[in-house]
Design a protein around this ligand. Structure first.
Ligand SMILES: NC(=O)c1ccc[n+]([C@@H]2O[C@H](COP(=O)([O-])OP(=O)(O)OC[C@H]3O[C@@H](n4cnc5c(N)ncnc54)[C@H](O)[C@@H]3O)[C@@H](O)[C@H]2O)c1
Length: 302
């Protein structure tokens, strides 16, 4: 099987590429490296095409592929350039949607829990979307485009609403990296970790190894569907600090500060995992076991 992974040099994309290759698939990456790291591609055999997903000429020259995993997007949710956000995230997605429909090949694309905004938890795929920012709105529009075509898509399309992903390969993301990574860096420097008052905002933190496994499995799904990718459990920032202290053997205390992001920030996210259960794809890592694997096997040995 040959799979095209857009955004394959990014965080989730590179983990998906590595997993697919370990299962014997051939991969092609399209990434403009605007928000990626070549370090994520260590050991990867993939053909790498450095290009913008908006560039039509790339798709015209592409060798035949069996499936597309579309991860490329602007992922800095607070980027102050709405045109860029919409053009790359929405128009870019539409190009790959049209490509897959015209070639009758499977498409798995990255949507986001951001589409639920401050909607009720556990967040179910069919509840009313409430995007709080342009990033979330751009992902919501991808899901709308999906819902208009999926019934005629013989080949099948799967939209994955990732919750808060953490794990190896996210270092290039800076301020948009996971809270787990950002708090770890502060603690590694010997500082008390800083979180919004009073650390009780809860998120569904899902380990990237689960995300890559579910994304790869979605290529094989027999139906078209939009599905959450989370653990089904909401955990607080204070819980993250406890999990990090436990693995690092430290006793740092949180330092609380006022959130500058009131109104555009999701205070509580928690995935309904009914669909993941239906497809026998539930997450295997908890916050604690994911943090342990991440810190012990990746961050502490850098
Ligand atoms: N990480 C999360 O917690 C999370 C949560 C919800 C949804 N998502 C979605 O998952 C996908 C992957 O996110 P990620 O965390 O790996 O982010 P990332 O920023 O590491 O990956 C995005 C990749 O897309 C590439 N890219 C951006 N614009 C491009 C363009 N115009 N042409 C070609 N390549 C381009 C970047 O260089 C990068 O490699 C994104 O679609 C994101 O919206 C991620």
């Amino acid at each position: 099987m040959r799979v095209l992974v857009t955004g394959g040099a990014g965080f989730v994309g590179s983990n998906v590429v590595k997993l697919l290759e370990s299962k014997g698939a051939k991969t092609i990456i399209i990434d403009d490296f605007s928000h990626a790291s070549f370090k994520n591609l260590e050991g990867v055999k993939s053909e790498v095409i450095c290009a913008d997903i908006l560039d039509d000429s790339v798709l015209k020259k592409l060798p035949p592929v069996d499936a597309v995993v579309h991860e490329a997007a602007i992922t800095d949710t607070v980027l102050d350039d709405n045109t860029k956000m919409m053009t790359i995230n929405y128009n870019g997605f539409q190009k790959y949607l049209e490509y897959c429909l015209s070639k009758n090949i499977r498409l798995v694309y990255a949507s986001s829990a951001g589409t639920y905004g401050d909607g009720q938890s556990p967040m179910k795929e069919d509840q009313k979307p409430r995007p709080l920012n342009t990033y979330a709105y751009s992902k919501y529009l991808c899901d709308v485009a999906f819902s208009k075509v999926y019934q005629k898509a013989g080949a099948g399309i799967v939209g994955l609403r990732y919750f808060n992903v953490f794990g190896p390969g996210e270092a290039h993301k800076g301020k948009s990296s996971s809270m787990i990574y950002q708090l770890y860096l502060q603690m590694r420097e010997g500082k008390n970790p800083r979180v919004f008052k009073f650390g009780e905002q809860k998120r569904d933190h899902v380990y990237v190894k689960d995300v890559a496994r579910i994304t790869a499995a979605a290529i094989e799904l027999k139906e078209s569907v939009i599905m959450n990718v989370g653990t089904g459990t909401a955990r607080s920032f204070n819980d993250i600090i406890d999990a990090l202290n436990s693995v690092m053997g430290t006793e740092y205390k949180p330092e609380y500060f006022d959130s500058p992001l009131t109104g555009v920030y999701q205070d509580h996210t928690q995935a309904s995992i009914e669909l993941l259960e239906k497809f026998k794809l539930t997450a295997e890592y908890t916050l604690e076991t994911g943090v342990k694997d991440y810190v012990s096997n990746y961050l502490a040995v850098e």
